[in-house]
Design a protein around this ligand. Structure first.
Ligand SMILES: NC(=O)c1ccc[n+]([C@@H]2O[C@H](COP(=O)([O-])OP(=O)(O)OC[C@H]3O[C@@H](n4cnc5c(N)ncnc54)[C@H](O)[C@@H]3O)[C@@H](O)[C@H]2O)c1
Length: 258
């Protein structure tokens, strides 16, 4: 129970990686407050209720006032906030020259400013603890065509993580980032459908074949890393981006080797 008695805020926990994080956090003894704008939130909270103490706030992280109100409500209810996982994020593949400013801002407003809003609202209620930001290998390390906006935001979150880690060390708050490769989530299902609406599974299979472990990661595997970074087991780690990608960024070439 590495998160026993900890109060954790997880954004985007109605599905995908955030759901995996919430599940592992509950198993590890944390109280979890999920912020999400999806209609699936209620169903998810019902499902997770059997695992532990969990509550949900239907909120768009772009809405500063509502985000501030949420953090106050969480603090009023539980007395403190120990962990923030900035997981909510969006990805829409479009080439740079075709992308409208609206689509660019959709990424910037949620992935960067939303993370900023949630963090700024939560820190005053934290007395020590841990912040975990969902970056990606996309942006800081690699990219494919169509990912300029998304990659820009995920690289920005590494800068955000390091800058904040340097400042919050004084408050005994550690700040780290997770850099996933492909994890099987509704986001990836959506990308697969957009790429080949007739046969999205072929897109997922194609992704898997290019990964040394020959599969996508699971939301639970992602949740385990988040729990480690959020816990006291990671007490000397701050300002870092940790890659979890089944080896996808590992190959030096595709043509040399025995
Ligand atoms: N799945 C992957 O392969 C992968 C890889 C690298 C990084 N990531 C990152 O992991 C995070 C989660 O991704 P996922 O694949 O689970 O996505 P997902 O689309 O499957 O789930 C995202 C969740 O965030 C919520 N959300 C999105 N925008 C929101 C907003 N403005 N306010 C409140 N809630 C909002 C959605 O409703 C949803 O529940 C993202 O930051 C993503 O960039 C995912």
């Amino acid at each position: 129970m590495k998160l026993k008695d900890k109060v954790a805020v997880v954004t985007g926990g109605a599905m995908g990686n955030g759901l995996g994080i919430a599940k592992v956090f509950l198993r590890e003894g944390a109280t979890v407050a999920i912020l999400d704008y999806s209609d699936r939130l209620g169903e998810t909270i019902n499902e997770l209720g059997s695992l532990g103490n969990v509550c949900g706030f239907h909120v768009d992280i772009r809405d500063v006032k509502k985000v501030n109100d949420c953090m106050k409500a969480i603090n009023d209810k539980y007395g403190h906030i120990d962990i923030v996982v900035n997981n909510a994020g969006v990805a829409k593949l479009e080439t740079f020259m075709d992308m409208t400013d609206e689509v660019r801002d959709f990424h910037f407003d949620i992935n960067i400013k939303g993370t900023w809003n949630v963090t700024k609202a939560a820190v005053p209620y934290m007395n020590g603890g841990s912040i975990v930001n969902l970056s990606s290998v996309t942006g800081p390390m690699v990219a494919d065509s169509g990912e300029v906006a998304y990659a820009t935001t995920k690289a920005a979150l590494i800068g955000f993580t390091k800058g904040l880690a340097a400042e919050l060390v004084e408050k005994n708050i550690r700040v780290n980032a997770i850099m996933p490769g492909y994890i099987m989530t509704p986001m990836v299902e959506g990308i697969a459908k957009d790429t080949d609406s007739e046969n999205p599974q072929s897109v997922v299979d194609g992704i898997a074949s290019g990964i040394p472990m020959k599969r996508l990661g699971t939301i639970e595997e992602l949740g385990e890393l988040a729990a480690f970074l959020a816990s006291d087991e990671a007490s000397y780690i701050t300002g870092q981006g940790i890659v979890i990608d089944g080896g996808s960024t590992l190959p030096e070439t595709m043509s040399v080797g025995v």
